[in-house]
Design a protein around this ligand. Sequence first.
Ligand SMILES: *Cc1c(COP(=O)(O)O)cnc(C)c1O
Length: 267
Amino acid sequence: MAKRSPLAEKLDEVKQRIATAAIKAKREPSEITLVAVTKTAGLEQIREALQLGVTDLGESRVQQLAQRAAQLNEFFQRRQTFSDGSVPSAGGAAAPGAAPAVRWHMIGHLQRNKAKQLVPLVSLIHSIDSLRLAEELDSIAEKAKKKCNVLLQVNASEETQKSGVAVGAAVHLAEQIASMPSLQLVGLMTMAAFDAPEAQVRQTFARTREIFEEIRWQKIGGPAMRHLSMGMSNDFETAIAEGATMVRIGSLLFGGKVMDHEEEGEG
Ligand SMILES: *Cc1c(COP(=O)(O)O)cnc(C)c1O
């Protein structure tokens, strides 16, 4: 049997760690979606990840998400054309033609002037953190006749430089977003302080879960309100212990330490 690629091994290892953390928290591993964050990955690695069964990809910049979505579409369409028989093949070994289904997640800070480009491409936007941004998205989604799934990003670590709505304003903003006709609020997202002690990281995730429970208790968002996007390469197990349903993992899969976990200026 051929030696497995480094990415295949890392992916297995990450899935295994997710499962172990889930079981330790008395949860079902299948409740947790792995969002593979591709901002440091090459296109080749992204294709390989899809072929290994990854279905959810995350990017923190609209430009890069759009570019990669287009490149992947082109690649898989071309491959489909070939395997449809336009290329003579000496029997067999034709790649299965169907393009893998990809769900794109926008995980970085979103500027209002990029929202229009993003809406048709994205399955879930993790980073709604203001009423103005939500209103802009709602009106764009309405024109596009699309229901846009969003998470409210909460600044639960209370770092001043961090994106996200303040803890004390989160429930009210969730209620406003949930009332917008073309947005579907499906949960909360947070980021813990980078390199903070584990107890502090855990506190950030626990606080986010408490806000999430408060929102659900008030029936804001209804049954769709069921996701907690929290946890990255260095803290996803802690996040799972506190109820994460989506973990956003980049460097552990693709390498490339990026210190810049918020987006840099998109111009
Ligand atoms: C880059 C990024 C991640 C992934 O971080 P890693 O440490 O590389 O796993 C997760 N969430 C957000 C918002 C990011 O910008």
